[in-house]
Design a protein around this ligand. Structure first.
Ligand SMILES: [Zn+2]
Length: 196
């Protein structure tokens, strides 16, 4: 353990020198578990430390390269851990934020974005509707007022798509995962594990 801490410290010292000359501190790296499950999104510094310590291998790089006196390393964009990390599967909870994220902050009746939004129970609670992924949608206040305490059918409204629990392995936060899916370099590694 002490040796590991010491080697981490050395790696840190090397990087401190290298980093000052670089402009890409903010680059992010996708970390895959040994079985290729997306595990985390970290910064380049942390990812390169994993590579130097032999804890991970590079899966994908971009065109940038680290240069120092003794090191020239292609910049990783995806790394894979050399050991399988066992982590309990977290629950993806139904929250206002996760419903808004799933629905891309757009009203699920009229499609409006950048307007005042609220949560709508598709089937109202007092008519037996549950507070769950398949009965909650993001809704603009205008549509919400129009719909009132009625089902879409009763109100003569229809949903743009059927609400459902996202297909998703929530090691990475849902918001982060959806943002990361938009990165074309990561898409192939992320999309098998969730489509939002
Ligand atoms: Zn609306």
């Amino acid at each position: 353990m002490a040796a590991q801490v010491a080697s981490l410290k050395r790696v840190d010292e090397v990087f401190d020198r290298m980093w000052r000359a670089m402009d890409n501190h903010q680059d992010e790296v996708l970390v895959l578990n040994n079985n290729y499950q997306p595990l985390n999104i970290t910064n380049v510094r942390r990812a390169v430390s994993l590579l130097f310590l032999g804890k991970a291998e590079t899966i994908q790089t971009n065109s940038k390269t680290f240069h120092s006196e003794r090191v020239a390393l292609p910049m990783p964009t995806v790394v894979r851990l050399n050991h399988y990390v066992r982590r309990p599967m977290p629950q993806l909870h139904v929250t206002r934020k996760s419903i808004f994220t799933r629905d891309a902050h757009s009203c699920q009746y009229c499609g409006a974005t950048k307007v005042a939004l609220t949560l709508d129970h598709v089937i109202p609670k007092d008519k037996g509707g549950h507070t769950d992924w398949d009965n909650l949608v993001c809704c603009c206040t205008k549509c919400n007022n129009l719909k009132g305490n009625r089902s879409p059918h009763e109100a003569g409204m229809s949903l743009l798509r059927r609400p459902r629990r996202p297909k998703f392995i929530p090691y990475i936060s849902y918001t982060k995962f959806l943002a990361a899916l938009k990165n074309p370099r990561w898409k192939q590694y992320l999309s098998p594990y969730g489509d939002g």
